[in-house]
Design a protein around this ligand. Structure first.
Ligand code: AMP
Length: 228
């Protein structure tokens, strides 16, 4: 993709497939996959003060305060491996985070190449999230119906016992989806106005979503929407 599209954001509701697609794109484009959710989970697992604080929000499906989240992203985007690009997954999630990202990029003399919005209906998101099981040891993901492990409850890759993420319980999933609608959805219009937004159907099989994203990144984004 000759450097084009090397600074990307993936936007979409929890369960839309941002993490899966970001990992694939990271390999194709050779730039790091930066997931704020993964960073918070790692901090939580280490028991650092930030992890202990983030956990209180994560376990109820609420957003970690902007100040903390913006701080970790600012630090991460200035690491040497991110100098030629990155794929942000799960950030920004609020208008304040989006503005902070704009300001940071301006300071760094960088620009955002594209924003990919993955669209999946609510019922399918609930099915995906509540059926998800993860391996706490190696990070592999499974789904009880659509991608079950070979032996129930056991990771195919490393043999560890699978778990349900504490924020994938049905009640917390509902709250996460509401939070997405209230806080994150407005960002779609924000990026549409900038003329960098690409919409991709996230209900297709994983490989087809990847192909659709790569094709979208080669095509011009929808024309910027003029403020009325
Ligand atoms: P994710 O893995 O992206 O679904 O994120 C898991 C949880 O981490 C979210 O439900 C939030 O509690 C927290 N989190 C991740 N990214 C952000 C963000 N950009 N802003 C605030 N909280 C976040």
């Amino acid at each position: 993709m000759s450097g084009q599209g090397s600074r990307l954001l993936l936007i979409g509701a929890p369960g839309a497939g941002k993490g899966t697609q970001a990992a694939l794109l990271s390999k194709t484009l050779g730039v790091p996959h930066i997931s704020t959710g993964d960073m918070f989970r790692a901090a939580k697992a280490m028991g650092s003060p930030m992890g202990v604080m983030a956990r209180k929000y994560m376990e109820r499906g609420a957003l970690v305060p902007d100040k903390v989240t913006i701080g970790i992203v600012e630090e991460r985007l200035q690491q040497p491996d991110a100098s030629d690009g990155w794929i942000l997954d799960g950030f920004p999630r609020t208008p304040g985070q989006a503005r902070a990202l704009d300001e940071l990029l301006a300071r760094l003399g960088q620009s955002l190449d594209a924003v990919v919005k993955l669209t999946v209906p609510r019922d399918e998101l609930i099915r995906r999230l509540t059926g998800r099981r993860v391996c706490p040891q190696c990070g592999a993901n499974y789904h009880l119906d659509s991608a079950p492990p070979a032996h129930a409850g056991i990771c195919n890759r490393c043999g560890h016992q699978l778990e349900q993420r504490e924020d994938d319980s049905e009640q917390t999933v509902m709250h996460r989806l509401d939070v997405y609608h209230e806080s994150t959805r407005p960002l779609i219009a924000f990026y549409e106005k900038k003329g960098v937004l690409h919409r991709v159907d996230g209900t297709l099989p994983v490989g087809k979503v990847n192909t659709a994203i790569v094709a979208a990144l080669r095509a011009p984004a929808a024309a910027p929407v003029k403020a009325s």
